[in-house]
Design a protein around this ligand. Structure first.
Ligand SMILES: Nc1ncnc2c1ncn2[C@@H]1O[C@H](COP(=O)(O)OP(=O)(O)O)[C@@H](O)[C@H]1O
Ligand SMILES: [Mg+2]
Length: 256
């Protein structure tokens, strides 16, 4: 299963959800790989701590290699690093990945990630792709390479505008490049069940036919601690409400 976490809006919880779902999968015994495609490297840091700054090779090196013809390219698995969590590995990002973008685009390397994932899928039960907050070469590559797409959403009105653009973008990738791509659903993050506006917005989205998932994620300051300590919620505090909500989300996403 190759899942991309995507929303072109920043700050909606992509990296938080990517790392926490990956951690739950690994904790449940699935061989799991997280691929960080964002030059901000947030999920690499969340999983690897300070070590993320110096680690090599990274996803940037993988893409670099595709620009230089080599007879025997290194396998995609050589960019994978173990984390301190059992069953959980990562291909970290690097700030330089952003600088490679225009070259990769002009040289039509949009299918290279799909090739890498095809190879890696033999070794992993679950691959989770964390994406940058943009609809660009990297997110398009990820949507082309993935089996399914999970969309984090926060209940503000700007984010709602972006949601329609996003659904169109994903639909276009599906139609043109990846007919098997499915949208798993929209997961509402930082949901406030007691406030009326978020609930109304969710009801409206559902009425419009958008695939809003039952699982919702609460807002909690424990997430900040989880980021600071580089400890996904399941390891920081498994009984916490938000940990249980991540678990419920993970279960809701399992094929029946
Ligand atoms: N459920 C949550 N409760 C509280 N804070 C959250 C929650 N989810 C995300 N955040 C905070 O929101 C910010 C953006 O989250 P992040 O996962 O980095 O979003 P993105 O990857 O979409 O930019 C981070 O500072 C994170 O700590
Ligand atoms: Mg992020």
């Amino acid at each position: 299963m190759k899942r991309v976490i995507f929303n072109q809006k920043g700050g909606v919880g992509k990296s938080t959800i990517a790392v926490n779902l990956a951690s739950i999968a690994a904790h449940q015994g699935k061989k799991t790989l997280l691929i960080d495609m964002d030059p901000q490297c947030n999920s690499s840091r969340y999983l690897l701590g300070e070590a993320a700054k110096q680690i090599a090779p990274t996803l940037a090196n993988y893409f670099e290699q595709t620009l230089n013809f080599v007879i025997y390219p290194k396998p995609a698995s050589s960019y994978v690093h173990a984390t301190r969590f059992e069953n959980l590995s990562v291909i970290p990002s690097h700030p330089e990945i952003g600088e490679l973008q225009s070259k990769l685009e002009s040289r039509h390397k949009i299918y290279k990630l799909r090739d890498a994932l095809k190879e890696l899928a033999k070794d992993y039960d679950e691959i989770i792709l964390d994406t940058p907050p943009a609809y660009n070469f990297f997110t398009q590559s990820a949507l082309i390479a993935a089996d399914c797409c999970l969309i984090p959403f926060d209940c503000d009105d700007f984010s709602r505008q972006a949601l329609y653009t996003l659904m169109n973008n994903v639909g276009e990738i599906k139609a043109d490049h990846n007919p098997a791509l499915t949208i798993e659903g929209i997961v509402v993050n930082q949901f406030q069940p007691r406030a009326s506006l978020p609930q109304r917005m969710v009801n409206e989205l559902i009425a419009e036919g958008l695939p809003v998932l039952d699982s919702k994620l609460s807002s909690s300051i424990r997430i900040r601690e989880s980021h600071e300590q580089c400890l996904p919620m399941i390891h920081l505090d498994a009984r916490h409400k938000l940990s249980q909500e991540f678990l419920a989300l993970y279960q809701e996403l399992q094929p029946v």
